[in-house]
Ligand binder design. Sequence first.
Ligand SMILES: [Zn+2]
Length: 428
Amino acid sequence: MVPRGALRAPPVAAVEVHVNTAIIRQLNVSRVFHALREHPGSSQRELVRFTGLDRATVSTVVAQLEGEDLVERIPKPSRGRAGRPEKALRLSETGGWFVGVRLDPRELHIVATTVDARPLAIRQELGSSDVTVAVRRVGAIVCELAASHDVTLDHILGVGVGVAGLMDRDGRLALGPNLGWHDVPILDLLRAELPVPVYADNDTKAAALAETLFGSCRDVLDFVLVIGHAGIGSALYQGGMLQRGWRGYAGELGHVKVVPGGRACGCGGRGCLEAYASENAILARMAEGGRSCADLREAARLAEQGDAVAREVLEDAGAKLGTVLATVLNLTNPHRIVLGGGLAQVADTLLPALKRVIARDALGLASEGVAVKVSSLGEEAVAMGGVALAMEGFLSLPSWLSGGHFRLRRNGAASRSKEAAEVRPEGS
Ligand SMILES: [Zn+2]
């Protein structure tokens, strides 16, 4: 496996030439943090090896992380070496929470994790077609989760939200085809609701970040992630970098036309992939065939039992997804294709058809050696994407540039959280 630090940042020597020392300091914090997350129980000497940084830098960053209660020292088992026993370091279990949210028209998934992204609590609630209600509900659930674990809001290091829709680079939801929302300042609304650092991105782009940090793409630089829930989105990484496009709207795989003039889509167009292979479309097509299913799990169960309608709908969804992915393969030559979200639940039936079409339609050289996998983050890929957004946002805070400011900010959040609790309307 390629070490995470090697994937996420250019070599230190190269960085020193082009950027100022403050940014290098921030990158160093990120490197040491991720090395500790991936190798808990490391000694400082091992961190030097994992990060490629020098001893003095590792020591400074560890001291800074310890000062923020994010790292703790534990006895390291002796290997019979002479001299002073080494101390093992790990991210502190009580250092804080990251919270990840999937904001979807049908449901809200919220996961609270430790600093090293181990899930502590997961909540699933109904979504809302009213943006104000949905955002308030997210705020209320985060507060309830914290309260039920005897945790104050200042313990939350960041909340990341994956939104099902086209997000621009400033955190505005330009269009939510399945939400019925247009031009909503979703990040501002979320920040007004939650007195903690909040980050937001398109749901699939958030999930792709989670794949690079904790999921199926930690060891590859070039991959395509396809997430299917109410709609279908994709995220493309090339050379370890997410491709956002000019205004940030790249990756709308769900609106590639697969049947000219075909089924109506939430975007206003016809014949989009999403109208055949999204969760909503699969359930609608099942119902048209006389099979009423509550969710994709039920559709998958019917297909496993040999139900002809379920098999036909899922195999057709897989074939149409395969047609679009064959083009993506020809255009971008990824190393891996990963399916997540609801698509992971129906992968057993969908994948064989998808792979057959890719083998038939993609250029041999572009698809040779490309693995098509189901995300190891499964159904919670987007909520874990929120956790990844929060983690990366936290590690990018300007406070890291001059130690000590971060703690002041956390104390500020604690006092603001009281005001927010006082003004929060009942039942919201
Ligand atoms: Zn569409």
